[in-house]
Design a protein around this ligand. Structure first.
Ligand code: PLP
Length: 409
């Protein structure tokens, strides 16, 4: 008989999972060195910090959360989410686009949960999801966990613009191979590049999707995690995407994490625009079933509070003003970065808002290691280094740019 130590209890596909998230590992090292007294710039983590290094918090959100009736907060929320919450999110996303009557939403734990719902319901197991070549790492993790494969298209063409041609090539091939496609696009304020697609890029993307949608079912997830950090860009995206309704499955992964500065609250939603009523019921049922089978139901107090902040005029006004101040703080950092880095050896895509920018480089690990020797922590990715502008103040931006110039030569 085999001893327990000689047996492998984990199934083979899980035996070599990495234990640590690389970003959190870097963040932990930066924090440790700072605690030991070093003057560290920690541009790793994706949360908005005030200029004094403390987490930026919106007082109206905290107050509304405190005021949730304890009995409501302690009770289970409905599986698909509270009706008022679902309606408020649909209105928030689509109210300006005349599509609320054709939409449904289910509550999810953050935008991450919304992405998981999309992967589970719009691709068969083992089929491949497509996203940009620079991408938020958890896209791959979410796909792995959902038993879906993962592929990318080249995000930028030679002119540094969104590469719709490569997207079409890859999506067309996937449609031929697997008979359906699922694409995740994160805009505005793409993580990790900071890029927001402009009207011409959305127009070209939508025209291409209209064409390919004749070949087979395509679902497009607009990952709107940073929606409020460049709201006008989100509206440009949704105006273009409204042309696809009824042809391509338009989905929006909505999140309260960044919009309400409540990363730990785990409130999000998957919104689907489905003009056909019978199809809408089927999709609603499928998503609700998935919610039940994945996390059962979401944070009840969080849904109550976020709903009130979305719909009650006074709270809504306060939240908008507090958020505008945060966006303004971040905009000043973006301007400082552009002022110092533009036209220099630092190559990075158009950056006009959002939590991150990326510096292109062929040897990101080596550059990141040299920056760490100078006390500067950024995140090396394939072909680039992510700089979390959300986490650094003006003085630190100056230090990052100076160090980059020294390292890049
Ligand atoms: N999508 C992107 C691109 C993100 O950067 C994040 C968070 O960092 C999310 C989605 C989802 O975050 P959450 O699950 O906290 O809403």
């Amino acid at each position: 008989m085999l001893a327990a130590t000689e047996m492998e209890f984990l199934i083979p596909s899980r035996q070599s999972r990495p234990g640590d998230d690389p970003i959190f590992t870097l963040h932990a090292e930066a924090t440790k060195r700072a605690k030991a007294g070093e003057d560290i710039v920690n541009a790793t983590i994706g949360a908005l910090l005030n200029d004094d290094g403390h987490l930026a918090i919106m007082p109206s959100v905290v107050e509304t959360l405190r005021n949730v009736d304890p009995e409501v907060g302690a009770a289970y929320a409905p599986i698909a989410g509270q009706t008022e919450f679902r309606t408020a999110v649909i209105e928030d996303v689509l109210g300006a686009h005349g599509l609320t009557g054709e939409a449904l939403a289910v509550a999810t734990p953050g935008g991450s949960g919304a992405l998981r719902m999309a992967l589970d319901n719009f691709l068969e197991p083992h089929q491949t999801v497509l996203t940009t070549s620079y991408f938020w790492g958890p896209y791959r993790t979410l796909s792995d966990e959902a038993g879906r494969s993962f592929a990318t298209f080249k995000m930028f063409d030679d002119a540094g613009r969104f590469d719709v041609v490569d997207l079409e090539r890859k999506l067309d091939a996937l449609l031929s191979e697997q008979g359906r496609g699922l694409v995740i696009l994160n805009s505005p304020c793409h993580n990790p590049t900071g890029y927001s697609l402009d009207a011409a890029e959305w127009d070209a993307t939508v025209t291409m999707l209209e064409r390919l949608s004749r070949k087979g079912p395509i679902a497009l997830v607009l990952d709107a995690a940073y929606a409020y950090y460049k709201k006008e860009s989100l509206d440009v995206a949704l105006s273009a995407l409204s042309r696809l309704v009824g042809k391509t499955q338009v989905l929006v992964a909505w999140s309260a994490s960044k919009s309400f500065a409540q990363y730990g609250l785990r409130i999000g939603a998957l919104v689907a625009v489905v003009p056909d009523a019978a199809q809408r019921v089927r999709i609603d049922n499928a998503l609700t079933y998935s919610c039940r089978g994945t996390w059962s139901n979401c944070n009840a107090a969080g849904q109550v509070a976020i709903t009130r902040l979305l719909v009650e005029p006074d709270l809504r006004r306060r939240a908008l003003a507090e958020r505008a101040a945060l966006v303004e703080m971040l905009s000043r950092r973006v301007a400082r970065w552009n002022e110092l880095a533009q036209g220099s050896a630092i190559r990075y895509p158009r950056y006009d808002g959002g939590f991150f920018t990326t510096v292109f480089h062929d040897e990101p690990q080596a550059v990141a290691a040299r920056l760490r020797e100078k006390g500067i922590f950024v995140v090396p990715l394939a072909g680039a280094l992510r700089v979390a502008m959300c986490a650094v103040n003006h003085g630190e931006i100056d230090r990052i740019v100076t160090a980059l110039h020294e390292v890049l030569g």
